[in-house]
Design a protein around this ligand. Structure first.
Ligand code: AMP
Length: 515
């Protein structure tokens, strides 16, 4: 029997194992530091072993498997083996505190929790308080670990558990900035359709070696990068985290890189970038806005136009700049094949015209199924005709390219005027002494909200608050002028490089209280 036919009854595996029969001995994962490699066959055999173990201890279809582990190749095996066993994979950020883990375990009610050994004592206690039947540590080969249990049971793999397209493959908790994190239920269909679309759109083949330096608890590193490599037969060059030197070292024999914008801004500081990037085929950016300035500097230094795409946990990848054709700086491109995007007025809910800002809504096989055990929240985020309200504000130019203007909740309403932070940030970023900036709305008794600029300026720069307000006034209408400028040494960011405006809003919330 062919290898992949063993997996065909499981919708997602049926797609992710494409290519396994043609080249089982071909490398799937390679490393930079030592020359060890993991073949596709070896990778899938480990997954089968873990799957057999899960089934042996009694996991049933639809059971949750929560994994909080540092980034290792085993994290990827746990993802695939959970799918093989018909389970729902739930990765957690290894930096989550005990209190956060407790919330996720209580919310998702897993059958298995796999955690790092360093905090085993407290995490085991939390798992037992949350009535998790099986908890293992992973990360070393010590006694009492997941590895030892797998070895002792030595369960034989016979088959994967059949799963249909609409069955849930994973739950990813959204990095929500307000309220408690919500679990987005992601189906086999959403993942497999997106992997196939991206392979085609970005021309991934078995000739590719993709530098993988993203975390694997988030949609970008877990699904976009890993699934695309699996369906295309490409190899992953596996780095446990972002490291400029290592990426520069990998580039001459790699073909592609997927990164968040901070990868690119940091790599731009590297003296060897121009030479290293020469033979690369493709640089992709997403998960946060890439400044047009970064796009241009990158092109100047490397000759490559970064391909920016847009997506989110709930919708996988939604739009992309074209592989062939113009990659427009400051835009996220056009909707991917088979995915519908519309931009609607928040007042009338009708579609807005070219150049007008509205709420971005999405429809397609890429969408999540709903929020875990939260039908009210799910219902409130979908329109009656099946469009998902992304919460992003966007506009479309006359070529159909979409620009993300910001999150709806970051919109500032000052004196009755709508103000989109990105417009002011783009103006501030034009100033040569500004490294980066964030515009937030802060409570103001007179205006409702007032515009506040948080600016990171270059060391030694003499830029003042007056300079900044003066420059904005020369470029934009009066009501968009910041009422206060604060200088900071850096902007607070989460692990995916997104600026945490909620943290800034909290920091400055009392700024105008005396007014
Ligand atoms: P997450 O669910 O963590 O992937 O975050 C999704 C959010 O990141 C989106 O709703 C957008 O606000 C933002 N985002 C993702 N890609 C881009 C992009 N290329 N440009 C601007 N914002 C982006």
């Amino acid at each position: 029997m062919s290898l992949s036919s063993l997996y065909s009854s499981n919708a997602l595996l049926n797609v992710l194992s494409i290519g396994l029969d043609d080249s089982p001995d071909k490398t799937f994962i390679r490393f930079l530091d030592n020359d060890t490699q993991i073949t596709r066959q070896a990778f899938f055999s480990t997954c089968e072993r873990y799957c057999a173990f899960f089934l042996e201890i009694g996991i049933e279809a639809g059971d949750r498997i929560v994994v909080q582990s540092p980034k290792t190749t085993d994290s990827l095996c746990l993802y695939i083996s959970a799918i093989m066993a018909g389970g729902i994979y739930i990765p957690l950020n290894p930096d989550f505190t005990d209190a956060e883990v407790s919330y996720y375990l209580n919310d998702s009610k897993p059958t298995i929790f796999i955690c790092v050994p360093e905090r085993a004592e407290s995490l085991m206690k939390i798992a037992s308080e949350s009535d998790v039947p099986f908890t293992y540590t992973i990360g070393t080969k010590d006694i009492g670990t997941f590895y030892e249990e797998v070895y002792l049971r030595d369960a034989k793999f016979t088959e994967v558990i059949p799963r249909e397209e609409e069955d849930i493959a994973a739950i990813l908790y959204t990095s929500g900035t307000t309220g408690k994190p919500k679990g987005a239920m992601i189906s086999h269909r959403a993942l497999s359709s997106n992997a196939l679309i991206l392979r085609k759109e970005w021309r991934f083949t078995s000739q590719d070696l993709l530098i993988h330096a993203l975390p694997v608890f988030h949609t970008h590193g877990l699904f976009v990068a890993t699934n695309v490599a699996l369906v295309s037969g490409a190899k992953l060059l596996f780095l446990d985290k972002f490291d400029s030197d290592k990426i520069i070292k990998a580039m001459p024999f790699a073909t592609s890189l997927m990164g968040v914008p901070t990868f690119y801004t940091r790599l731009l500081q590297h003296a060897d970038l121009s030479t290293a990037a020469k033979h690369m085929r493709l640089f992709i950016s997403g998960s946060a806005p890439l400044l047009a300035q970064t796009h241009e500097e990158w092109k100047e230094k490397t000759g490559h136009a970064i391909l920016e795409r847009y997506g989110m946990t709930e919708a996988n990848m939604v739009t992309s700049n074209p592989y062939k054709g113009i990659r427009k700086a400051g835009t996220v491109g056009i909707p991917l094949e088979g995915i519908k995007v519309r931009i609607t007025s928040q007042e009338t809910m009708e579609e807005v015209g070219e150049g007008q800002v509205g709420s971005l809504e999405i429809k397609g096989a890429n969408l999540f199924t709903g929020y875990w055990q939260n039908p009210e929240k799910t219902a409130s985020e979908f329109r009656k005709d099946g469009y998902f309200i992304s919460g992003d504000l966007a506009c479309r130019d006359n070529d159909g390219y979409i620009s993300i203007v910001g999150r709806e909740k970051d919109l500032i309403i000052s004196g009755g005027f709508n103000i989109y932070p990105k417009e002011i940030e783009a103006v501030l970023d034009e100033l040569p002494d500004v490294i980066e900036s964030a515009i937030i709305g802060v409570y103001h008794a007179d205006f409702g909200e007032a515009v506040v600029a948080v600016v990171v300026k270059k060391e030694q720069a003499s830029l003042t608050e007056e300079d900044i307000i003066g420059y904005v006034s020369s470029q934009l209408v009066n009501y968009k002028r910041p009422k206060h400028v604060a200088f900071a040494s850096n902007l607070p960011r989460n692990s995916m490089g997104k600026v945490q405006k909620n943290v800034l809003r909290e920091q400055f919330k009392s700024l105008f209280e005396a007014n």
